[in-house]
Design a protein around this ligand. Structure first.
Ligand code: ASP
Length: 289
């Protein structure tokens, strides 16, 4: 049985070389749990460390949109104790996950676009305009693909876009605290290529994340396909009805054709699962009894 712990990923298709960053983030989250603090703080801090790393497609490492200059990010946080907050297409903040956490304290559960940005400013989150080598690199890769095929550039559908070739590097974490509360936190700069204004699965409840009394689920991969299948909810409902966590995640992955990158992490009191049809940097620290 898991007494408390945290598990995190660096995105479906992320390279193993990114495991060190995930490990560092998980160690931060685990220390928070060890000190008796709440799962929501542990999940949030784990994701914040990953947002600040710059190598993941989240926070400081978020990818540019198709215009080559705009960064918009999505993040969400949820607990089995009823907290829920998300920001969609937020710009110019360093840590979207912290803003999502702040949304939990409002009467609302989702804030989007300029309103989310204004909320962040009012809450004291300073304006941040950092772009990393990753932001630029992802855009150049997309541009190269678009130049190879003009039709794909003018019609930004996913089919034939080579999405399976791109890594995603979104981040997510699930934590269980000593009081038995589960929390999930997720954050992304989206999926390349993407239009300005596009929102993926990551900040949508039941699609990119879910937390309930039976566990927490965080999902990564091609958002448009994940939303169609409400993946996090699909996996959670199987866990809830008694399916083993590993079987529930495998079942979720099998909903997707092989050319759609997808990854899932899930944590329950009985154990955890890391499942992906690509490589996926991940790490976990659990205290078992
Ligand atoms: N799911 C994210 C999105 O589509 C991307 C990812 O997981 O890497 O926005």
């Amino acid at each position: 049985m898991v007494q408390f712990g945290v598990i995190a990923h660096g995105g479906a298709g992320s390279s193993e070389e990114l495991t060190d960053g995930v490990k560092m983030a998980v160690e931060t989250g685990f220390k928070i749990l060890e000190s008796g603090k709440d799962a929501i703080d542990a999940a949030m801090e784990t994701v914040r460390v990953l947002e600040d790393d710059g190598r993941y497609n989240a926070g400081s490492g978020s990818l540019f949109r198709m215009d080559g200059k705009t960064i918009e990010m999505d993040a969400a946080i949820m607990t089995s104790a009823g907290s829920l907050g998300a920001v969609l297409a937020i710009r110019n903040v360093k840590n979207p996950v912290l803003v999502a956490r702040a949304v939990c304290e409002t009467p609302h559960v989702v804030l989007a676009g300029p309103g989310a940005g204004a909320f962040a400013r009012r809450g004291g989150f300073r304006s941040f305009h950092g772009t990393s080598r990753k932001s630029r690199g992802g855009f150049l890769k997309t541009k190269e693909m678009a130049e190879e095929d003009r039709q794909e550039r003018t019609n930004p559908g996913w089919k034939g876009m080579g999405a399976g070739k791109l890594s995603t590097d979104t981040v997510g974490a699930v934590a269980l605290d000593m009081k038995g509360v589960f929390a999930v936190a997720v954050s992304t700069g989206g999926f390349s290529p993407m239009m300005v204004g596009r929102v993926g699965d990551t900040p949508l409840i039941g699609c990119g994340f879910y937390a309930g009394t039976f566990g927490g689920v965080a999902v990564t991969g091609l958002g448009e396909e994940i939303i169609r299948r409400m993946l996090a909810g699909h996996v959670y409902s199987r866990i809830e009805t008694g399916m083993d966590v590993e079987a529930a995640c495998t079942n979720g992955i099998h909903l997707f054709p092989d050319d759609v990158p997808v990854g899932i992490i899930a944590l329950t009191r009985q154990g955890f699962s890391v499942c992906s049809n690509r490589g996926m940097a991940h790490y976990e620290l659990l205290k078992e009894v």
